[in-house]
Design a protein. Structure first.
Length: 296
C-alpha cells in the first residue's frame, strides 16, 4: 500500500483482549452480524481522541470488558469500500472483569486459544496482529517512565531548582495524561524528589486514590552521582506485580532505558510529558513503547 494512501488512512484502534485460564491464554474474538465476520474488537477514533483511549473504549464497548493495557502491538492497514483505507493501532489488553451483552454491532464473543482464534478470524490482517501478540509472553509487569511535564525555563526560576513547579502548559499536560496512564491500571505512583515531577503525577494519584511516593535516587543529579542506586531501585520496582509509574527527568530516563537493555536499543527520546511503557518478563524488559504525547 502506498505511503500516500497511508497518509489518507482513517485512524482506528483496538486490542487483543486476553485472560489466563489455568495454564493457557485465551483471547477474545467477536462476531459482527452486519458483516458476518469474526474479528478483533476495534473501532474508529473520535475527533481529538488518543489512539490508546480509543482502543480501550472500543474494546469495552464491543466486549463489555474492563481492561489493563499492556504492550503496543503491530498495526494493521487495509482497504475498505471503493478506495478508502483504515489504519488500526492495537494493544494487548488483560481482561479485568465485565460481561459481554449482545448488540447490533457485536452479537457474539468467544474466548479461544491463540490457535483456535487464528482459525476463527476472518481476515489475514487480524491473524497478523494475533501472531504479534503471541510471539512474546502475555503475563508481564508494566513499568511506566514518565518525563515530567513543562515547567518553564530553569534560567527564569529564582531559587532552588528542586522547587521549580509546572507552568500552565505543564499543569494541562499532567491533567490530560491521566486517562492514558490510568489505562495501564497503575498500583504504585512514584516521582523523583522534584516538585515538577511530583506535580506531573498528582492528578493521576488523585484519580486513583493513591499517594505520590518519593524516589530521590531517580533525579538527574542523584542518578548521575550514583547510577547503581537508581538502577537498583528501578529493578526492584519492575519486579513488583502489576503496573508501576515513575516520573523522572530527561537525562535519567534514557540512561535507565539503556541500562535496562530496553528494545529497540536506543537512542531513547524523552521529551517533556512523554512516556516510555516497558513490558517486563522474567528475562527482563521485552518491549518498550514510546508515547511522545499523552493527549489526542
Amino acid at each position: 500500500m502506498s505511503d500516500a494512501a497511508g497518509d489518507r488512512a482513517t485512524p482506528a484502534a483496538g486490542g487483543v483482549l486476553w485472560r489466563q485460564d489455568a495454564d493457557q491464554v485465551l483471547v477474545a474474538v467477536v462476531h459482527r452480524p452486519r458483516y458476518e465476520d469474526w474479528t478483533l474488537p476495534k473501532g474508529k477514533l473520535h475527533p481529538g481522541e488518543h489512539p490508546l483511549i480509543a482502543a480501550t473504549r472500543e474494546v469495552q464497548e464491543e466486549t463489555g470488558a474492563q481492561v489493563e493495557v499492556g504492550r503496543r502491538l503491530s498495526s494493521a492497514e487495509y482497504r475498505f469500500g471503493a478506495d478508502a483505507v483504515k489504519r488500526v493501532s492495537y494493544w494487548a489488553m488483560r481482561y479485568r472483569g465485565g460481561e459481554h451483552v449482545a448488540g447490533d454491532e457485536v452479537d457474539q464473543l468467544r474466548w479461544a486459544t491463540v490457535a483456535e482464534a487464528t482459525q476463527q478470524l476472518s481476515y489475514p490482517v487480524d491473524r497478523g496482529v494475533l501472531a504479534d501478540f503471541a510471539r512474546l509472553p502475555s503475563a508481564t509487569r508494566t513499568l511506566l517512565l514518565l518525563r515530567h511535564a513543562r515547567a518553564g525555563k530553569r534560567s527564569q526560576f529564582c531559587g532552588d531548582d528542586r522547587l521549580r513547579p509546572l507552568d500552565k502548559a505543564g499543569r494541562r499536560q499532567a491533567r490530560e495524561a491521566v486517562p492514558v496512564l490510568a489505562a495501564f491500571n497503575p498500583r504504585r505512583v512514584l516521582a523523583a524528589d522534584r516538585v515538577r515531577c511530583e506535580q506531573s503525577l498528582q492528578p493521576l494519584a488523585d484519580h486513583l486514590g493513591l499517594r505520590v511516593l518519593s524516589v530521590p535516587a531517580l533525579s538527574d543529579e542523584a542518578y548521575a552521582d550514583d547510577p547503581d542506586a537508581g538502577l537498583a531501585e528501578v529493578r526492584h520496582l519492575s519486579q513488583q506485580p502489576g503496573t508501576t509509574v515513575i516520573c523522572s527527568q530527561g537525562e535519567t530516563i534514557p540512561a535507565l532505558l539503556e541500562q535496562l537493555g530496553a528494545p529497540p536499543g536506543g537512542p531513547y527520546p524523552a521529551r517533556k510529558g512523554s512516556l516510555w511503557a516497558l513490558s517486563v518478563a522474567e528475562r527482563g524488559v521485552i518491549a518498550a513503547d514510546y508515547y511522545p504525547q499523552l493527549s489526542g
